[in-house]
Write a protein of this length. Structure first.
Length: 265
């Protein structure tokens, strides 16, 4: 099963693209399905515009990463996806958008298939190896774990929508724009009430050569900020459930989240 809009008791539809012609069409649909996640692929950038996935926290399985290989989706022409040619012989890592461990739930066969599907290049985006491999993900890498640690979610179920954010001045490498920001919107329920949190990871490429944690900063944002940057609209239910006040940052400098304990779920 792919991303399930009815996974939570509140139905959440995937984002609606404002420029549908930018999305790669597979069998007449802009939505491409995999095990436990779905995505829309940009024909321009060759990366996912959004990835939506479900996490069943009570049925997670421990599936080893060993033996898993990155692969191109055979349903999509090679020139329409950013494959290994981008990542070969350089410090760019193949970073999962939908986390591998998030997807590994269900019976063992289902979890194993989800684990394999997570390595498809349409679910991958370039991240510097200093961020992806050495724990420099900081708060960003702990979002899901922090949620489970701090809240009592209904049925331990979570839905997440995430992806890349591109800008006109992003640097190009081997014919691809390298994203300077990533986003995640996390959806869960407590006592039947939908709650959402949205975050942006800012990747300062000018500092990456210093291997400095300061190159990667996570901010809580309003869903509307992600919409404006990604040219899509979230389901109205996401806006109604989000309590973040964008106006609070108009007069003061926005401060990054420095540790998981600063996350107020």
């Amino acid at each position: 099963m792919a991303f399930d809009a009815n996974f939570l008791s509140t139905a959440i539809q995937p984002p609606k693209l404002k420029q549908a012609d930018d999305a790669f069409q597979l069998d007449g649909s802009e939505i491409i399905d995999y095990t436990h996640f779905s995505l829309a692929l940009s024909s321009q950038t060759k990366f996912a515009i959004w990835v939506a996935w479900n996490i069943d926290g009570m049925n997670l399985k421990r599936i080893p990463r060993k033996g898993s290989s990155f692969f191109e989706d055979s349903r999509i022409p090679s020139e329409s996806q950013a494959g290994n040619r981008l990542y070969k012989s350089n410090p760019l890592d193949r970073g999962h958008l939908a986390r591998r461990v998030d997807l590994n739930w269900g019976d063992y066969a289902e979890a194993k298939k989800a684990n394999s599907d997570s390595f498809v290049f349409t679910n991958i985006a370039p991240q510097m190896d200093s961020f992806n491999q050495s724990g420099k993900g900081g708060v960003w890498g702990e979002l899901e774990n922090s949620l489970y640690d701090q809240t009592e979610m209904d049925r331990s179920r979570v839905s997440i929508i995430g992806g890349c954010i591109f800008h006109e001045d992003d640097r190009e490498y081997r014919g691809y724009k390298i994203p300077t920001e990533f986003y995640k919107t996390v959806l869960y329920e407590e006592s039947g009430v939908l709650k959402t949190k949205s975050f942006i990871l800012s990747q300062d490429l000018s500092r990456l050569s210093f291997l400095d944690l300061e190159a990667f900063k996570t901010y809580e944002v309003a869903p509307s900020e992600i919409e404006a940057k990604c040219n899509f609209t979230f389901d109205d239910a996401i806006h109604k459930a989000n309590e973040f006040d964008l106006n609070s940052f108009i007069q003061t400098e926005r401060k990054p989240l420095l540790k998981p304990s600063e996350l107020n779920w």
